[in-house]
Structures are given as C-alpha cells and as structure tokens.
Design a protein around this ligand. Structure first.
Ligand SMILES: [Zn+2]
Length: 105
C-alpha cells in the first residue's frame, strides 16, 4: 500500500512526461503554422490546436509549480486533499470534485 505522498510522487513523473510531450507538440505546431503547407492543417485548425496545447501546457506547468511548493493535491478552494483517484484521471486538477462542480455550474 503506497502512502499518499508516494502516489503524488508517481504523478509527478506523469506530469513531467506530459510537460515534455506538450512542449514538443507546441514547438511542432508553431513550426507548422509558419510553414506554407502547414503539414496539411488548415489555418483555423492549427490556431485552435496551438491555443489548446498552450492552455494544457500552462495547466501542467502550474501543477508542477504546486508540487514544487508542496501544495499539490490540495483543493485551492476548500483546502481539502483531492483524492488520488481523481488526480490519476486529471493530474492538473486544482479543485476537489465538489468545488469543481460549483465552479463549473
Ligand atoms: Zn474543494
């Protein structure tokens, strides 16, 4: 049985890998957007993909930042521990399920 800290440490590796992948993807898309052929993407699609990837990358960066600060896995609203099961599905999560529900309502 892993402790919560061990489980959070395992998520750090997941986030670092995502950070790496999203950075590469953003670099790739940026290169494509400057290319006349755009690797087959239409200009609107590539703009959308760049925006989405940039947003996800920002969320991943923030999650890694919270890990560095030791606040990762704590709900920013009610300060409760976010269940690891939720973080495994969505490692960038900033809120527990209840607070997220209120925010997106
Ligand atoms: Zn909460």
């Amino acid at each position: 049985m892993l402790s919560r800290q061990d489980q959070l440490d395992a998520l750090r590796a997941v986030l670092e890998e995502q950070f790496q992948r999203q950075t590469e993807e953003l670099t790739e898309l940026t290169v494509y957007s400057g290319d006349p052929e755009r690797n087959g993407y239409d200009p609107h699609e590539i703009a959308t993909r760049i925006a989405t990837t940039r947003q996800t990358l920002a969320e991943t960066t923030q999650a890694l930042q919270r890990m560095a600060e030791g606040t990762y896995g704590r709900c920013e609203e009610c300060q409760a521990d976010i269940p690891v099961e939720r973080l495994e599905i969505r490692p960038q999560a900033r809120y527990c399920v209840a607070c997220q529900r209120v925010r997106s309502a």
